[in-house]
Design a protein around this ligand. Structure first.
Ligand code: GLU
Length: 450
């Protein structure tokens, strides 16, 4: 390993010992960029990597809100503006009980390279709160969002920082957040948030974009292997917004999701989640608290395996972890490798631990694709939403979808080319890291040290 990379990694391990997810993502990205850093001794001279692992700024704020019984609650909110070298800060907000600084930083770092891969001018950011949306009424969510935005609004803007959704933040939350932003600023600046409703500047296809983009990326991988998507069976984890998009696009293209896992276990539907009725049921199920997938098995008469994940099932062609970080650890990776399934396509942000990911990459019979490329269609369409807002135009679903498809092909091809350039073969993980890194590195170097 390049001595400069090693030195920065060691500093990160010491400084962020209590933020393991952040250390993990830095180790993952930096393990791929050695040939680039070797070729650019000036990076060390200007301490480029040391700067890259330090967020440009990060805000922590208090969020106070009242529940429906008149009791006050205090949560913590964050926004991490990680890297603005290539565009305004951009990235989602995550509302989840276990969110803390380390999660926000890992997501912000990852976002920086993901956004770079989209080819659009988007810097990297992330934010969120340890607010637990489970079981909250609409009115409680509204009051929370209003309080959250009251703290955040002075730090964001269409040319400054553009938040969006992530886990726990969907169209409803974005609506309440935007309403409060507008009330506070007294301007129509709908480019300040993405993932908006269609009635106030949202983009068609944005809700589906991450899942659709993941399937488009998968098609590029299959094409590289002289294979096609028709008839493919897919096992996924997670049936939130992203999982739902995968199910829907797979159905349209003649493939099917035959396994999906939730927090309570997994469902096996050999016919696939491949009818409108089933897809609508998924939508209903994900809105319920607690999030259980067993009702699907009960309703459609299929097998439900409680308390287990579907990693290791043999009667599929593709695995797509689409739930959350560190969903697939070494134990599951061993089962996945033993199953003989060829394609492991990450979708959620950092769904695989580093040891498990490297183990899967080392399997000769497997092709592994990294989430920062595969899920980039979500933020990519957010970029298209920003363009529509600034042009005061609305693009058709077909226009957005065609752009998304093109973007996913470019991301795949750029990654494959970057890996090939450094003699790494068809290594999509290394290629995505290298391609994403290079653009940010170049922009930072050209803008001078700060
Ligand atoms: N939260 C999504 C992601 O992880 C979307 C971010 C955005 O659209 O800004 O990329």
């Amino acid at each position: 390993m390049n001595a400069y990379i090693e030195k920065v990694l060691e500093e990160v391990r010491v400084k962020h010992g209590n933020e393991p997810e952040f250390v993990q993502t830095v180790e993952e990205v930096f393990s791929s960029i050695e040939p680039v850093v070797d070729a650019h001794p000036e990076y060390e001279k200007f301490d480029l990597l040391g700067r890259m692992v330090e967020p440009e700024r990060m805000f922590t704020f208090r969020v106070v809100w009242m529940d429906d019984n008149g009791n006050w609650h205090t949560n913590r909110g964050w926004r991490c503006q990680f890297n603005g070298a290539i565009g305004p800060y951009k990235g989602g907000l995550r509302f989840q009980k276990n969110v803390y600084e380390g999660v926000i930083k890992f997501l912000g770092f990852e976002q920086t390279f993901k956004n770079s891969l989209t080819g659009l001018p988007l810097g990297g950011a992330k934010g969120g709160s340890d607010f637990d949306p489970a079981g909250k009424s609409d009115a409680e969510v509204m009051r929370f969002c209003q309080s959250f935005m009251t703290a955040l609004y002075r730090y964001i803007g269409p040319d400054i920082d553009v938040p969006a959704g992530d886990m726990g933040v969907g169209g409803r939350e974005i609506g309440y957040l935007y309403g409060q932003y507008r009330r506070l600023k007294g301007v129509w600046e709908n480019g300040v948030l993405t993932g908006k409703g269609l009635s106030y500047g949202g983009s068609l296809i944005r809700p589906e974009a991450t899942g659709y983009g993941a399937v488009y990326y998968l098609q590029e991988v299959l094409a590289h292997e002289n294979d096609t998507i028709e008839g493919k069976r897919i096992a996924i984890s997670g049936y939130g917004n992203v999982g739902w998009g995968i199910m829907k696009k797979a159905m349209q293209l003649g493939a099917k999701v035959t396994y999906f896992a939730g927090p309570d276990g997994y469902v096996h539907d050999p016919d696939g989640v491949a009818t409108e009725e089933k897809l609508n049921f998924i939508l209903e199920m994900r809105a319920k608290d607690p999030m259980h997938c067993q009702p699907y098995a009960d309703k459609f008469g299929c097998e439900f395996v409680p308390g287990e994940k579907c990693w290791g099932v043999k009667d599929v062609d593709i695995y797509m972890p689409a739930a959350m970080q560190n969903d697939v650890r070494m134990e599951s990776a061993e089962k996945i490798a033993a199953s003989g399934v060829k394609y492991y396509i990450e979708v959620a942000n950092m769904p695989t631990t580093n040891d498990a990911l490297n183990f899967l990459r080392a399997q000769k019979h497997m092709i592994v694709a990294p989430s920062k490329a595969v899920n980039a269609g979500g933020v990519g369409v957010s970029g298209l939403e920003m363009s529509q807002n600034s042009e005061r135009l609305v693009w058709t679903a077909e226009e957005v979808d065609a752009q998304l498809k093109k973007m996913m092909k470019t991301i795949h091809d750029m990654s494959a080319e970057a890996a090939a350039e450094y003699g790494l073969g068809y290594d999509l993980v290394a290629g995505a890291n290298i391609a994403g890194f290079k653009k940010v590195a170049t922009a930072m170097m050209e803008q001078g040290a700060f």
